[in-house]
Structures are given as structure tokens and as C-alpha cells.
Design a protein around this ligand. Sequence first.
Ligand code: DQA
Length: 146
Amino acid sequence: MTRLMVLNGPNLGRLGAREPEVYGSTTHDDLAAAVEKWATDLGVQVETRQTDDESQLVGWLHEAVDSRSHVVLNPAAFTHYSYALRDAAAQVTTAGLLLVEVHLTNPYARETFRHVSVIGPVATGTVAGFGIDSYRLALEAIAARV
Ligand code: DQA
């Protein structure tokens, strides 16, 4: 069965409480439950994780390579400056696995510092701006390609 990791970066554990006018009222637990349901419907196996820690995210990307898991990654603020995360994400795609960068919001419609993604150039593709549906679209894109 196709394996998939949904990895969420810093502050996404605060979903629901964090700037709900920007990020919506869905909590991270709600998001994980929705992801689980979508994955079941698509016939893929998924695990959703969240961390505020850059080195943990890097380690999870290494784990994805070693376990042959595709990745849906919301790098959150690391999107805009973490070369360590970019280098780890590149290892996923160069290993022939799919990595979809996702964002709840559309970073290009927000502050200038959010207009740069250092992850985008090494990702298979990016889905942004559709709230938690960004994750559903990313799962569907991966399921359609494997
Ligand atoms: C985000 C966008 C980032 O700019 C921000 O730092 C986040 C969330 C999003 O999902 O819209 O934490 O990745």
C-alpha cells in the first residue's frame, strides 16, 4: 500500500486557536482526522505529525526516504528560510518519492517575507490557499500519480 507522511511545521499545533481569522477554526487534531479519512477513501496509508522543531522535521524527512513514504509537507515559517529543510526535502524527491508543499493560506497574498519558498524548487508541486482542502488536494495529487 502507498505510504504517505503528512508533516506539519511550527505553530501548526496551535491551529484553531492561532489567528483563526487567518488559519480557520479547525484544530490540528481535526486536520489529522480529516487527513485520515481522505487517505482511507483514496486507499493510501497516512501518518500525520506536527513539530515546532526544525531538526525533528529534517529527521522525519530522512525517515520518509528510508521508509519509501511520499510526503505532504507544510513547513510553516520554515518555508521561507530553512535551507536545512530544503536539503532534506530534496533528498525525498531525488529518491523518486513525491513531496507536495502545502499551505493553508496563499503566502503570495500575504506579507512580502512569505513570498519566498526555499522548499518549492525541490518539491514535486505546491498547493496553497485552500485551507485544509490544500491537504486533500495534495493527497489526491499523490494518489493519482502513484
Ligand atoms: C503557512 C504559511 C506560512 O507563511 C506561515 O508561517 C505558517 C502557515 C500556511 O499554512 O498558510 O505558519 O505555512
